[in-house]
Design a protein around this ligand. Structure first.
Ligand code: ATP
Ligand code: MG
Length: 554
């Protein structure tokens, strides 16, 4: 079978080569998060790649928690990660924990010792650093490097049995202290840590180092293509060394690609945790977070995220993607499928002085501007409405065609109204505008008398629901928040969350459930918040405005 190499990328091409040359009958990839935080949009890129390739080539994909580093909170993170991967639209063939392989890893380490390829070292961390050398100078051998196999076997076993303090000894691979690749200068492969592990409890007090464990995990599972980010490129020789010298029957191939970076954001679980721990955000799923759970709560769709990941592609070159590109895919996905409704975010009362007192009517409005199949709905209308405060100007600016004294506009789906009077409070702030309407101008009545230049949306003040609107800007102001010694915590945007209290129409929001999305005419796409919304106090997150308005800070 010939595969299409157009619109491909270098990793996909390697897989095609391996299938065509019959190096592999089918592929197995994996997604191996460390459960030390929630997934972010960078992980989504890796998920789309690994799960996407397995799906395309009829292969398999494993979900593997890289839990070689024992920490307490693991369990919450594990559940969130599984949930996020499924929400993105993927499912795994096998679910594994790296910690399930601790026995095998231990015996492979013993094998290395027996082959004279690993030794127990007593140097302190400080000394070890000194002995390592630099990029330009070779390292020097540790005085413990020539311990006998018997001595090493004995010490390693006693390490395992808990005879030594944390940090007193490490097991190191015996490769070459003069290697030009610092990663091959006898890297540590096991360390002592008397801590409780979420999966293995207190069974172990020695834990394998990530760079030793990872290739073994891949090999044990028969992963064919182990896809990781570019910072592991210099580790690849050690990866290959571990697989070979540990005599793993199946040989995975490590391939590196560039990690996703985005403007106005930080993208590491460790840094995102700082935002959470410092109370800067409302948890990991704060709608301003670049986490999958934050994007979900904000109202982003899995389709938009997948389309974005497909568009940014896969390469080796580091780059920073404009966060507005994700918004582009979001609008493209939301536009055709979000029903329209009317909401007034920043309300100003509009009284129609000639509308029959105490009366009301229902006005027919389409549920989507382009998609007739979505039908129409009846929206309550009366003589007292709310309109947006910025749809009125007492002294109109140039080219301002909306409401101002003496001007006439169309109310969406309804009548022409003309502003005659304004009411102000003691501070001079406009509290009401008084208009008259022309019954002959009703939308759909075929009226052709005169034209107006603006249509504004509204909500019936006598028959609506109060709502809270949460408007977002990027959490971090700077495009490159960590450049030139800056710290991202100093670049937090004070206006990243603005809360407004307004009103929504009843019909268009009837029965809406948390997590559901709609388009509020002229105000953007919104999602009913899953955390704070109540039936008597609707809370809407603005997913994205209809057009991009945020100017990236220079
Ligand atoms: P973090 O610094 O956020 O903890 P990590 O690289 O330590 O990231 P892991 O949870 O260990 O993340 O990795 C899971 C997988 O996701 C790895 O294969 C990693 O390469 C990939 N990954 C992590 N961040 C990104 C990113 N920004 N772009 C693409 N892939 C990423
Ligand atoms: Mg990490």
């Amino acid at each position: 079978m010939a595969y299409d190499r157009e619109n491909s990328n270098f990793i996909r091409n390697i897989i095609i080569d391996d299938l065509e040359s019959k190096k592999h009958d089918s592929i197995i990839t994996r997604f191996p998060p460390e459960p030390n935080g929630y997934l972010h949009i960078g992980h989504a890129k890796s998920i789309c790649l690994n799960f996407g390739l397995a799906r395309e080539f009829g292969g398999r994909v494993n979900m593997r928690f890289d839990d070689t580093n024992p920490v307490k909170e693991d369990v919450e993170y594990i559940e969130s990660i599984k949930n996020d991967v499924r929400w993105l639209g993927f499912d795994w063939n096998e679910l594994h924990f790296a910690s399930d392989y601790f026995d095998e890893m231990y015996s492979r380490a013993v094998l290395l010792i027996k082959k004279g390829l690993a030794y127990v070292d007593d140097l302190t961390a400080e000394e070890m650093k000194e002995y390592r050398g630099t990029l330009t100078e070779p390292g020097k051998d540790s005085p413990y490097r020539n311990r006998t196999v018997e001595e090493n076997l004995d010490l390693f076993e006693r390490m395992k049995n808990g005879e030594f303090e944390d940090g007193a000894k490490v097991l190191r691979a015996k490769i070459d202290m003069a290697s030009p690749n610092i990663n091959l200068r006898d890297p540590a492969i096991y360390r002592i840590s008397h801590s409780t592990h979420h999966n293995t409890g207190d069974k172990w007090c020695i834990y394998p180092m990530y760079t030793f464990a990872h290739p073994l995990e891949d090999a044990i599972e028969g992963i064919t293509h182990s896809i990781c980010t570019v910072e592991f490129e210099a580790q690849r020789p050690f990866y290959d060394w571990v697989v070979k010298e540990c005599e793993m029957p199946k040989v995975p191939r490590q391939i590196e690609f560039a990690r996703l970076n985005m403007t106005n954001t930080v993208m590491s679980k460790r840094k995102l945790k700082l935002l959470v721990d410092n109370g800067i955000t409302d948890g990991w799923d704060d709608p301003r977070m670049p986490t999958v759970s934050g994007l979900r709560r904000r109202g982003y769709t899995p389709e938009a995220i997948r389309n974005f990941c497909a568009e940014i592609g896969v390469s080796k070159a580091d780059s920073v993607v404009d966060s507005q590109m994700l918004d582009f895919f979001l609008r493209e996905d939301l536009q055709p499928k979000s029903p329209l409704a009317m909401a007034v975010i920043n309300p100003l009362k509009l009284v129609i002085t000639n509308y029959p007192e105490g009366e009301s009517e229902e006005i027919e409005i389409e549920n989507h501007a382009k998609n007739e199949e979505m039908g129409k709905r009846m929206v309550s209308f009366s003589g007292t409405l709310y309109v947006e405060r910025d749809d009125f100007m007492e002294v109109p600016a140039k080219k301002y065609h909306r409401l101002y004294p003496g001007n006439e506009v169309r109310l969406k789906g309804g009548y022409y109204v003309k502003c005659n009077d304004i009411i102000k409070d003691e501070n001079g702030e406009v509290t009401e505008i008084h208009c008259t309407y022309d019954p002959a101008t009703k939308s759909g009545s075929g009226f052709e008398g005169r034209k107006v230049k603006a249509t504004i949306h509204w909500v019936d003040a006598n028959n609506c629901r109060p709502a809270e609107f949460r408007l977002y800007e990027p959490l971090i102001l700077d495009n490159d928040p960590e450049n030139e010694g800056k710290h991202f915590l100093d670049q937090i945007n004070e206006n990243s969350l603005i809360i407004k209290n307004g009103f929504v129409e009843k019909t268009g929001t009837e029965g809406i459930k948390p997590g559901e999305r709609l388009q509020f005419i002229r105000n953007g796409f919104f999602c009913l918040d899953t955390k704070y919304s109540r039936q008597d106090n609707l809370v809407f997150n603005r997913i994205v405005p209809l057009k991009s308005s945020f100017k990236i800070a220079k």
